[in-house]
Design a protein around this ligand. Structure first.
Ligand code: ATP
Length: 201
């Protein structure tokens, strides 16, 4: 399976600067790609386009030749964000947050170190690291084919970072999920990714 961005242009405002200008890239589901560019070059924007949160002004985003926007219901391209507290509904208990995913396997919850007792809590009653584990689990539903990880470990302590990345690497490799990772931590990207795409030429 492949995820393609074909001749995509995007700007936030009509009179604003083009964040992407006729940009193309392809990622296979066997790849782990690091997305590299200085701050403000459009890495998060690109992830939002790939996962269908934004619609391009021009060009196409295709999953195996079919527009990502045509997948109704659960999107096989899932994004995990830097700040997990902004990615969950504060009014839902964590067991309901998990149900928003696509039949998340019990095994994934266990491997991510999610404790039974956390399920009845609200997001505000968990730490950032605990919440991020839920966001990852929710994004790893059975139909996920690509995972976009946008600075997912920046706010976490080193032990949590290492647990999360070790799990994620095993999971995407075994399930043949394509990974696109954004991080300002170059050594982390070198460890996790098999190739890189630069947005700054
Ligand atoms: N909702 C928005 N409305 C208007 N401009 C925006 C919006 N979101 C981002 N931008 C602008 O688009 C540009 C690209 O932002 P983006 O967040 O994609 O960059 P980035 O490469 O991920 O940056 P960083 O490494 O700092 O996270 C920036 O100049 C930013 O100010």
């Amino acid at each position: 399976m492949k995820l393609e961005l074909k001749n995509v242009s995007y700007q936030y405002k009509k009179d604003g600067r083009k964040i992407l200008d006729n940009f193309s890239m392809t990622v296979e589901d066997s790849q782990r790609v690091g997305l590299i560019a200085p701050s403000g070059y459009g890495k998060t924007t690109l992830c939002k386009l790939l996962s269908g949160y934004l619609t391009p002004d021009q060009g196409e985003i295709l999953l195996d030749g079919r527009p990502v926007s045509s997948y109704k219901g659960y999107c096989p391209v899932q994004m995990v964000w830097q700040q997990p507290e902004l990615a969950v509904n504060p009014r839902l208990r964590m067991k309901e947050v998990i149900r928003e995913g696509d039949e998340v396997e019990e095994r994934i919850l266990v491997e991510l170190g999610i404790e039974e007792d956390w399920m009845n809590r609200f997001p505000a009653e968990l730490s950032g690291g605990e919440l991020q584990r839920f966001c990852l689990a929710r994004a790893l539903g059975r139909r996920t084919k690509f995972l976009l990880a946008d600075e997912i470990s920046t706010m976490l302590d080193l032990i949590t970072q290492s647990q999360i990345w070790n799990f994620l690497l095993r999971e995407v490799t075994e399930r043949k999920i394509g990974l696109i990772a954004v991080s300002h931590n170059q050594p982390l990207l070198e460890k996790v990714c098999s190739s890189e795409i630069r947005l700054d030429g």
